[in-house]
Design a protein. Structure first.
Length: 470
């Protein structure tokens, strides 16, 4: 089939930043349905062309800026309006470029013309043999006159990245506990604590893939995951209905942060673009300081975009997590995840989270799907200034460039990247300092909220004190 979920056994490279979009349509569309809706990161919004012949929507990427080329493209469309197909996807040198001399057509299963209609939430994945200088993607309808509705166009770099790092399970767990014990308000997730997503039934339980979003057959359909940063000082998590969730990689890309549970629900991109209280990545420190203040809400809410989440599986998940109860549902889905991605339990362990205990995250025995435990000494690694570097992700194509990417040490600590001789590499860092144990009695937190109870609003600021004069 030409229509497929993101590949389960391979990791898509990072999505290329999109910097613009244009459309060639019939009558001028309403501004709400403009071409830029195809590059806003949400499959809940859409760009629309009215009835016409050879309609096209074209987007500009930053492939050239990172020295890369476009290797694949995903098209999100619902098929609920006019027929999208038959259509073609071209990689060219300008908006709307479909000239054989300067542009190349992408293919799906060897076909250059896609006729089968998309269904809601199911992207069409096409392979592209892009060349340098070709940084535009154009979707063009062919055949009879009709309208066109496109939810999202995503371009990926022609770059192969490692999947789950080949690190011993005990080192993964040690890294998680290290981040948890030293966590405090910071400009980076890895120094703020541990990023977790607690199962809240927005996941794809219907199709047995709760590590992914439910994008079809759900009510409501959403385009993001809600996650929270926790640490030894602020250990409270949402009391989800499934008894657990996921530990996310500390380099998971997020769209914005709220200093309390904002009930983002079915808002496009979690309301990051138009909701008061939403703070961008650049204000992570300020949001975490507000959450860390006395009297603040139990837990914060970070919005992880669905497109970047799907492209980063399975690497985005460090562990499965049991928070309360026997964790039966979490155990079953952990085993399903291992089978789906053909990985071992020492690569993505099953943990139990116990606030107040040292360590707070401990391993739970699980099925290893035929894998043997991994010894730390067998990790294929290189020494970087006293720290052990695993296979990492130093890439100039990371949003923000090389300086915003980093590799991982075997103890879960980041090794920042920098350009060395024109190549993006891990930079030398300080000597590894083993983490201090977490406090025995972390600060008491309010009772965990019930998943059925609407969370209270954040507390009002304290009244201003005025000085009395005699």
């Amino acid at each position: 089939s030409l229509l497929m979920d993101p590949p389960a056994s391979s990791l898509l490279p990072p999505a290329l930043p999109l910097t613009g979009a244009q459309a060639n349509c019939g009558p001028e569309a309403d501004s709400f349905f403009g071409a830029l809706k195809a590059v806003d990161g949400s499959w809940l919004t859409h760009a629309q062309c009215w009835s016409g012949s050879n309609n096209w929507i074209s987007v500009r990427t930053e492939a050239d800026a990172g020295g890369g080329v476009i290797g694949s493209v995903q098209i999100y469309a619902s098929g609920e309006h006019d027929r999208l197909g038959p259509f073609e996807v071209w990689v060219g040198a300008s908006f709307g470029d479909t000239a054989p001399g300067s542009a190349e057509r992408c293919t799906a299963n060897g076909s250059q013309t896609i006729s089968q209609e998309p269904t809601s939430g199911m992207p069409v994945l096409l392979a592209c043999g892009g060349s340098r200088g070709a940084s535009y993607v154009t979707l063009r309808q062919v055949g009879s006159s009709r309208g066109m509705v496109v939810h999202e166009i995503v371009a990926y770099a022609n770059q192969t990245l490692p999947q789950i790092p080949d690190v011993a399970g005990r080192d993964i767990i040690q890294g998680i506990n290290a981040r948890y014990s030293r966590g405090k308000p910071s400009r980076t997730i890895e120094n703020a604590g541990v990023l977790v997503h607690i199962f809240d039934d927005t996941e794809d339980w219907r199709n047995g893939r709760p590590w992914d979003l439910c994008v079809r057959g759900c009510d409501p359909v959403i385009d993001h995951f809600s996650a929270s940063v926790i640490n030894a000082k602020r250990p409270a998590v949402y009391a989800g209905p499934r008894g657990g969730g996921l530990v996310l990689s500390a380099d998971a890309d997020f769209l914005c942060i709220y200093d309390h549970d904002y009930g983002t629900g079915s808002r496009a991109n979690g309301g990051c673009a138009d909701t008061p209280g939403a703070r961008p990545q650049s204000q992570l420190l300020e949001a975490l300081r507000d959450w860390d203040a006395p009297g603040a809400y139990w837990y914060n809410e970070l919005i992880v975009g669905g497109l970047s989440w799907q492209a980063s599986l399975p690497r985005a998940i460090e562990a499965f997590l049991i928070t309360h109860g026997d964790g039966r549902a979490v155990r079953e889905q952990h085993a399903n995840f291992l089978r789906a991605f053909k990985v071992c339990s020492w690569q993505v362990p099953l943990l139990r989270y116990t606030p107040g205990k040292s360590p707070a995250f401990s391993e739970v025995e699980s099925s290893g799907v035929g894998c043997t435990p991994k010894a730390a000494t067998s990790v294929a690694a290189t020494s970087v200034a006293g720290r052990v570097s695993t296979q990492g992700w130093c890439s100039s194509l990371t949003p923000g460039g090389c300086e915003h990417s980093f590799m991982w040490s075997a103890f879960g600590e980041p090794l920042p990247c920098k350009l060395v001789g024109g190549r993006c590499r891990a930079s030398a860092g300080t000597q590894l300092v083993r983490p201090k144990p977490p406090p025995v009695l972390p600060r008491a937190s309010p009772p965990l909220p019930s998943p059925s109870r609407k969370p209270p609003p954040p507390p009002p600021p304290p009244p201003r004190q005025t000085r009395r004069h005699p």
